[in-house]
Design a binder for this molecule. Sequence first.
Ligand SMILES: [Zn+2]
Ligand SMILES: [Zn+2]
Length: 289
Amino acid sequence: MGSRADFHTHSTFSDGVLTPTELIELAYRRGVRVMSLTDHDTTEGLPEAFAATARHPDLMLIPGIEMSTDVPGAEVHILGHFIDWENEAFQQELARLRESRLGRARKMVEKLAQLGKPVTWERVQEISSEGAVGRPHIARALVEAGHVASVNEAFDLYLSRNGPAYVERERLTPRQVVELLLSVGGLSTLAHPRDLDHLDDLLAELKDAGLVGMEVYYQDYRPQQIQRLRALADRLGLLPLGGSDYHGLGGPQQREPGDIPLPMEPVERLLALARERGALERARTTGGR
Ligand SMILES: [Zn+2]
Ligand SMILES: [Zn+2]
């Protein structure tokens, strides 16, 4: 059973394959009526996404973002919803992080050349189109160049955290990101928490910083895992949210927009919280600006 809500999707402005317009159309066709575009570390897809909702007045689009952060030994992603994305200081911070991302992608391309698996920087940029260049784009360039058979293999052999072409990237801590999102009125949610170590401690710390939710309904999470995460969310007073994390890349874990068992009750609670904080209007009125 699909959900009418999906708080986690990607477009061509990060590493998704659909434009914001195509994404909105697909989600709408699938019955999604409350959704958020949460590209990685950028809000540049939002103007197009809001324009695309003009054809669907019964669709609520929430301005969102997914930000990458680091804890020792792992990557933690935080979603921000209802953000005041046009805030200048916020955009400057995003631009600074993008610059560092670009430098990092270049270094990985250099390492691949040294490993005898050259791909051109131009091609990597073309593949990412207007989006923020990242490892998935380099992976696709490796497939195209015939160095590997699949994107998965590119990650397994070269680009994963322990791979020979991997380069660390400057990142904020999870707490810094929750605070940054809060500074622009964002309601933040911990993304795909299932496999994180010390999850209780992390959630307690982030709740203290202003975290309001965690993803419980996500891609291939099984009923038992959902139950465990839901109990944790309830215990800590966090909203049990979720999303498909739709990228359009295919693969066994991928879900279509709305193809998650997210009930509407926590969705309503998030909307109520946004209303309480005066952020609900950002979900609709930013369209057409
Ligand atoms: Zn993520
Ligand atoms: Zn994501």
